[in-house]
Design a protein around this ligand. Structure first.
Ligand SMILES: [Zn+2]
Ligand SMILES: [Zn+2]
Length: 232
């Protein structure tokens, strides 16, 4: 652990709390069937505690995974706020650093040089590097779905940034997500409520929901979309 001056106090941090909001990584939720007007919440919709933990890999690139923790939403909020502030010139560019100043992302087909905002390169608590040797923001995620090690959180941040700059795409994303999840009732609701085109594209790849369903071998998704009149 670094012992230099830190924007967040190391002593105030515990591995059980979020590095941004200092709240517990165990969050209390109610079962979905709760009667909101009931004065006896314990009888129905028993509150349950779930883990909401993203663990950063603080340390030199390629070091042993492990470091500071944050809530999923807090990490997104922090990262997108940094990106937004930097886009408006409120945060100075990343200082020239031979290792961290310009992270290089190898996408497999092309090598894309990319400069990350400070929040993407170093931990705000220990100020150590949080990127892997190829410049990806790799974390370990623990939540209701279980534990996922080696998760590329940079993809999530890019998606949030994309929506930030393309706000009209929010409903297109919802439609694509619901079709992919097999929630066809929800997908039809989105079309009805937000006038979403069944052939809308979402994401930088410019694919429609039908194209995504076809490429992923989702036969029922293809059938559903064709029934709505989707075309390739
Ligand atoms: Zn938090
Ligand atoms: Zn750290």
């Amino acid at each position: 652990m670094a012992s230099t001056s830190q924007p967040l106090s190391e002593s105030a941090y515990s591995p059980d709390t979020c590095m941004f909001c200092s709240q517990s990584l165990r969050i209390t939720t109610s079962a979905p069937d709760t009667d909101s007007e009931s004065e006896r919440p314990l009888e129905r919709g028993e509150p349950t505690t779930v883990i909401d933990d993203v663990e950063l890999h603080c340390g030199p690139p390629g070091s042993v995974p492990g470091g500071h923790h944050a809530h999923w939403a807090c990490l997104i909020d922090h990262a997108t706020a940094q990106a937004r502030a930097r886009a408006h010139g409120a945060v100075p560019p990343v200082p020239a650093d031979p290792v961290l100043g310009a992270a290089v992302r190898d996408t497999g087909t092309e090598t894309e040089a990319r400069t990350y905002p400070p929040a993407f390169t170093t931990c705000v608590v220990c100020r150590q590097n949080i990127l892997d040797p190829s410049g990806r923001f790799i974390v370990d995620v623990r939540n209701e779905g279980g534990e996922t090690r080696g998760f590329d959180f940079g993809v999530i941040i890019e998606e949030e940034e994309f929506l930030d700059s393309h706000p009209s795409q929010v409903h297109s994303r919802a439609f694509h997500d619901l079709v992919a999840e097999g929630d066809y009732v929800g997908a039809i609701d989105v079309i009805a409520e937000h006038d979403v085109d069944v052939n809308c594209t979402y994401g930088n790849d410019g694919l429609t929901a039908l194209q995504k369903a076809m490429y992923s071998g989702d036969a029922s998704g293809v059938e559903f979309l064709r029934s709505l009149g989707a075309t390739v």
